[in-house]
Design a protein around this ligand. Structure first.
Ligand code: NAP
Length: 233
């Protein structure tokens, strides 16, 4: 089943299969668990298929579903309708370059934050292309690149005992239909609201805001997120 190609089609996220590159890691796990619990079919991707299969089994047990499976990143990209990149910034360019062919025509969700750490704490790293998402756009000219889920805590997502995650998710992109699809994937997570956050050229500050959130988390011992005011729905 492909992600909708016409804005007239109703959005039903449970009709899609979402692939999660790096789905064995923290952020991929959190989002995979929430999507699986919402009835969305999920394919976990990894550099090692066996690691992904083990994670998929773990996520099925945690959510009580049977629609999470694991495989290598290339098969994940080829078989999913929509693909999340949940990999470290350091491996972003190399990983996406290798997956250009299977990602053609698909919606890519990039949640990668270019954050460094030193003795003063987290700080934004420069990105030559303007933002991580714009790097993806340059590497994958035939992919519908969006940026989202940068500012939501992996810890809260993975804690299924938390009934509500309670934050907004900014969704950025130049393809309105694609950002609507990704907003729907945010909305299926209890307590989360997907909010259009602008064109891809505005992604850098959203990516780097995570450095501020990590500083807040360290100081106040919380898992901070963001909320946009004055929006009704
Ligand atoms: N953690 C959070 O709360 C959070 C929140 C928002 C956004 N993010 C962003 O999400 C991304 C993933 O964060 P994370 O905390 O989940 O990271 P992570 O657990 O360290 O890594 C995620 C996965 O990436 C894969 N990976 C590691 N090194 C790699 C390499 N050199 N090449 C290709 N794949 C590699 C690994 O999977 P395999 O070994 O199985 O291949 C790993 O399980 C980051 O860019 C981060 O900025 C994280």
């Amino acid at each position: 089943m492909s992600a909708p190609s016409s804005s007239e089609q109703p959005i039903d996220p449970t009709a899609w299969t979402v692939g999660v590159l790096g789905g064995t890691g923290n952020q991929g796990k959190g989002l995979a668990l929430r999507w699986a619990a919402a009835g969305i079919k999920v394919i976990i991707g990894s550099r090692a298929a066996e690691r992904a299969e083990n994670s998929a089994q773990e996520y099925c047990s945690a959510t009580g579903v049977d629609h999470v499976r694991g495989t290598d990143n290339a098969t994940c990209a080829a078989e999913a309708d929509i693909v999340l990149a949940a990999i470290p910034w350091e491996s972003h360019a190399e990983t996406l370059t290798a997956l250009a062919e299977p990602l053609k025509g698909k919606i890519l969700i990039d949640c990668v934050n270019p954050i460094g750490f030193d003795k003063k704490g987290p700080y934004p790293l420069p990105v030559e292309e303007g933002s991580v998402a714009q790097q993806a756009e340059q590497l994958l000219p035939e992919t519908r690149v969006t940026a989202a889920f940068h500012n939501v805590s992996a810890v809260l997502l993975a804690d299924l005992e938390q009934p509500q995650v309670d934050c907004d998710v900014l969704v950025l992109g130049d393809d309105r239909e694609a950002t609507d699809v990704v907003r729907a994937l945010a909305d299926v997570i209890p307590g989360v609201r997907g909010v259009y956050g602008g064109r891809l050229r505005n992604a850098y500050q959203v990516e780097c805001l995570t450095a501020n959130l990590i500083a807040i988390n360290r100081r106040y011992k919380v898992h901070a997120g963001i909320k946009i005011t004055d929006l009704d729905g």
